[in-house]
Design a protein around this ligand. Structure first.
Ligand code: ATP
Ligand code: MG
Length: 446
């Protein structure tokens, strides 16, 4: 607490740093105004201020205030309080949510932590000075005062932004111990913002990366989505490699990158990179993406090893396939919990690879060229009508780009899709698919 009292803020004119009121989310401004008018302090905080300063489009606008959650609730009709570990107010505007958090202190003596030192509970409201220092990186601890149009900086964060430096607030080893996920966040921000980790932030990862193994696998899954579905997934992968963090998330895949068969090792890495590049491009084009497709690619090479091994023992490719799928998904979920619906999708994408190959081979004698008569084949119809046909075909293309010798069948399936009747079959199935948005930001907090 004494430490907090020593902090003195610097104020910067927001306009001079390129932040104009028009750029800000109207609903967030409305919330700020309502809080201010009721006599509370309220600021935009965190990622949105950082991103605006860097000329990036903020993903969301978060607010910090000295109003207690119940007081926030009292001011808005469209407000719901959420969270057990830390109460947050969500203010709803049709589809959008503005999150309002009460200033909170990093709990000290009362802190409830597990044997790894991870903080499990910290329901302690505080002052803005305390709120500043419980955040992770200096660049994430800037506040924007909409009334004065000023940026408030307690930690020299503006200089870090300028220098492109990701520095932890406080002692690096201790901050990683409290919450090991901060290491993944550091790698992600380095990629997203093209910044470098400050020396201690980088060195401490070497000491602390093993602590990530104790983080609940469901939380790691959330982080994997943030890493790979933010539109800069390939850069995140490179960043994770650089800080040796990918191995904690996908240990078997990391091992495959160093497989004694160097061609296989290179191919395994190509699978990951190609799928990520593909996903980044789709996001840039406004197309839908799913983490299942990526996970399917990340785990595909080790699935193949597993399958080849079982095939020798089992004899039947069918049972070897399903057994291998289950084994790989169970092993992967020990670190990164894959929700059931995504496991199902991965299973479908992989199993369809075999069916795409079998049908291609069945028609091999006919010159492998598509003929209308093939559409009378029930197996053909089933594949085309499978809800994951498109994903499976795209996956085949990723395999091809990664160096697998599957050109001939990729071409065959491309031909099939040039036929209007086949297109109709595919479209029919696609229309039945759910149209939920593929990725919605999880608001789960530490
Ligand atoms: P982005 O939205 O681009 O992922 P962000 O900085 O907004 O980046 P969020 O996960 O939305 O990240 O978190 C919002 C803010 O909450 C952060 O800017 C940071 O100040 C604080 N925060 C989030 N996670 C942690 C953490 N693990 N430890 C400390 N502070 C955190
Ligand atoms: Mg954010």
């Amino acid at each position: 607490m004494e430490e907090a009292a020593k902090l003195t803020p610097s104020f910067y004119d927001a306009q001079a740093y390129g932040i104009k009121l028009e750029q800000l989310d109207e609903r967030a401004l409305e919330v700020l105004e309502t809080l201010n008018d009721a006599g509370f302090e309220a600021y935009l905080v965190g990622g949105c201020v950082r991103d605006l300063l860097l000329g990036l489009m903020p993903k969301d606008f978060d607010i910090a205030t000295n109003a207690r959650p119940e007081q926030v609730k009292g001011l808005f009709r469209n407000c719901r309080l959420i969270g057990r570990r830390f109460r947050l107010a969500h203010i709803y505007f049709y589809r959008d949510v503005i999150e309002v958090a009460t200033f909170r202190a990093q709990a000290q003596e009362e802190v409830v932590s597990n044997r790894y030192g991870n903080v499990l509970e910290d329901n302690h409201y505080g002052t803005i000075e305390e709120d500043v220092i419980r955040r992770d990186f200096t660049i994430n601890a800037l506040y924007y005062d909409a009334r004065a149009q000023k940026i408030i900086d307690y930690l020299g964060a503006m200089e870090d932004i300028k220098a492109g430096r990701i520095a932890l607030i406080g002692q690096a080893q201790q901050r990683y111990t409290e919450d090991p996920v901060r290491m993944l966040r550091a790698a992600r921000f380095a990629a997203k913002l093209s910044m470098a980790l400050e020396g201690e932030a980088e060195r401490a990862i070497r000491e602390k990366r093993e602590l990530l193994k104790a983080v609940p696998s469901a939380r790691l899954f959330d982080e994997v989505q943030k890493l790979f579905l933010g539109g800069y997934g390939l850069r995140c992968f490179e960043s994770l490699q650089r800080y040796d963090l990918f191995a904690v998330l996908f240990p078997d895949t990391q091992t495959s990158f160093a497989h004694p068969n160097v061609d296989f090792a290179r191919y395994s890495q190509q699978m990951v990179e190609t799928a990520l590049r593909n996903t980044d491009e789709r996001i840039a084009n406004g197309q839908s993406v799913t983490v299942a497709f990526l996970l399917a690619a990340i785990l595909w090479p080790i699935y193949q090893l597993q399958y080849q091994g079982l095939l020798k023992e089992r004899g039947s490719w069918h049972s070897a396939m399903y057994e291998a799928i289950d084994l790989v998904l169970i092993a992967a979920s020990e670190r990164v919990a894959i929700p059931m619906r995504f496991k199902t999708m991965i299973r479908d994408i992989w199993a369809l690879q075999a069916r795409l190959q079998l049908l291609f081979e069945r028609y091999a004698q006919q010159g492998r060229r598509f003929k209308k008569s093939m559409l009378n084949d029930e197996k053909m119809i089933n594949v085309l009508q499978h809800r994951r046909f498109r994903a499976a075909y795209d996956f085949l293309l990723v395999r091809q780009s990664a160096g697998e010798p599957v050109e001939a069948w990729a071409e065959f399936w491309q031909r099939v899709q040039e036929d209007s009747q086949a297109v109709a079959l595919i479209a029919q199935a696609a229309a039945l698919q759910d149209t939920r948005r593929p990725y919605q930001r999880h608001r789960r907090r530490r």
